[in-house]
Design a protein around this ligand. Sequence first.
Ligand code: HEC
Length: 148
Amino acid sequence: MTFQRSITALACALACALAGGAAAAQDTRQFVEMPAAARENLRQEMVDNLAALHEIVSLMGVGRVKDAGEVAEKRLGLSAMGKNRDMPLDARPGAHMPPGMRELGTNGHKAASAFAAAAAGGDATKALAAMPDMLSSCAACHLSYRTR
Ligand code: HEC
């Protein structure tokens, strides 16, 4: 192979690798358009979700299983659902979600309540077993949808 041809081959391989990388990094999540107020409320809720999760994991870490369950129910569970009901339509994130996205949200609330029920008896092993389900809706929704 001449020098010229091997340089061409190398450049080609590089270009292909870069193109492949770009394709892999492409955002394939479904874009969900929301009014700014709904998007901002969703973001606020999400920040609170993460804070709640941190509190739950911290409580589990020091063996306060029942307390972890109570935080989960109050901040992530079915008890935390529907609090935007009385807001104007353009401020309610759920009202702008496609059905699949809304279902993931509802499943997340249900799973957090299931974790709370499992934690209510104070059994750490039982509570831990219910934890992955509480997180799978977070992961599933983030992998499938975006709002910006
Ligand atoms: C029904 C879908 C859905 C569920 C369920 C969900 N999220 Fe989100 N989350 C979103 C969307 C949409 C965004 C905005 C991302 C975007 O538009 O790129 C977001 C953003 C976030 C952010 C970033 C907030 C910021 O300041 O930008 C955090 C943190 C977060 N979510 C945490 C969580 C946690 C923790 C859970 C589970 C307890 C969770 N989310 C469950 C849809 C969801």
